[in-house]
Design a protein around this ligand. Sequence first.
Ligand code: HEC
Ligand code: HEC
Length: 200
Amino acid sequence: MKNEKLCYLVTLLLSAVFVFGFSNGGDTPPKIEKEPALLLDTPFDKMMAVLMHKRCVNCHPSGDTPRQGEDSHLHNFGVVRGEDGHGLAGYSCNTCHGEENNDYSGVPGAPHWAVAPAGMAWEGKSRIEIAQQMMDPARNGGRSHHEIEEHLTEHELVLWAWEPGIDAEGNEREKPPVPKDEYIQAVREWIKSGTNIPNE
Ligand code: HEC
Ligand code: HEC
């Protein structure tokens, strides 16, 4: 009798392991290219250290689903980009995301909350690839250097990264590795000096 019970329990446990072990199908961790050590020497280094950070990359995913959290897991609740990046009709981002962070529910917020277009995906790309794509009007939404500078230094979704709020577990989200003013300065210097992208 005792053995039978034990056997039953073991079977239950094994099926639980099986179900949970295989149930997150498709959520392979994003391949965010890690520099061996974070380079912060030149204006380009500082700018790219920010762009490669998860606060940006989570919303510039390679697939149809944004990512969340410090481990950049796929967004919960079956959220997808939809036609215009604002989610599906009747289930858009602003069903949950407001114009500012909600630190009680842990839902981050800023005006125009939406996932970046597929053509502006950064996940899995090197910093060189991201910089080239960002400066290429065919791939950056037809933006001039000046418009890129404005977007990088003024856009609400960009600046949100330095006020990312508190997550659903009550922990403060990590900020990008360069302070906001220093980053803005670096972007301006890099653009002013001719947007040189090193070949690595
Ligand atoms: C059903 C509610 C809901 C909907 C709809 C929703 N989100 Fe979220 N989202 C959340 C919650 C809750 C979190 C916070 C999870 C946490 O950090 O603990 C979150 C977090 C995020 C984050 C993570 C920020 C970070 O860097 O950690 C991104 C990016 C995001 N959402 C994008 C979107 C986009 C884009 C859409 C629409 C296409 C969307 N979400 C639709 C509830 C929602
Ligand atoms: C909540 C989602 C979200 C977050 C967070 C976010 N972006 Fe974006 N990003 C977008 C959307 C949506 C667009 C497209 C907007 C448009 O074209 O007007 C975009 C476009 C861009 C563009 C313009 C074109 C291009 O080359 O990709 C740049 C540059 C950019 N984002 C930089 C950043 C940086 C830097 C960060 C982090 C500091 C960041 N973004 C964080 C959603 C986000």
